[in-house]
Write a protein that binds this ligand. Sequence first.
Ligand code: GRF
Length: 222
Amino acid sequence: MTSMPAVKLGVLISGEGTNLQAIIEAIDRNELAAEIRVVISNKIAARGLERARRRAIPAEFIDHRSFPSREDFDRALVDSLRAHQVELVICAGFMRLLSPVMIDAFRNRIMNIHPALCPAFPGVNAQRQALDYGVRFSGCTVFFVTEGIDDGPVIVQAVVPVEQDDDEVALAARIHAEEHRIYTQAIRLYQEGRLEVRGRRVHIRGASPEETATATIDRSPS
Ligand code: GRF
């Protein structure tokens, strides 16, 4: 832990929220100096909303369908995030493309996680895409959100092996375990003031090899 102030997070979700849960638990264990100021979901039934409420974290449902345009929905997101004094936005299974309204309001302050080694397999069903392609390794990527799909500057990646008899569920589970680890790591690097975006590349001040890329060879059955 550093003496830098805790970073104020706003977490955007649409579903299960296991990455949100991993962040909550990292904060509990004092591995991350952060405060989750608000969790926002565009789906009322998102399990992540329940996870937040259980921890007395403000949890809001903002229905994208009740806005005439993507930009109007994003303005509502910006308003809520600002009202909660959020510094860093964490997309964690948030199934909406962000417009320039959000991206400009939080330039280089929005992170997302993708269950593949970017730029491979962008968009939905990344694990299915990896299996169909027949790669031996996949993984996950934390990046800063830009206007494109899963193509912003890479912060941290982790490599995960693809086993012969993997199906989507088995591969997704192995990747998920790494997501939970590297998302916390990326947020910590931000909180420590060690991330600097230089064009497409993210420079990590004083980085150890583990902080720029990590490989896991997990042979345990999933
Ligand atoms: C993760 O696989 C993440 O990579 C993708 O959406 C999924 C969210 O999972 N962007 P969860 O809701 O955090 O469990």
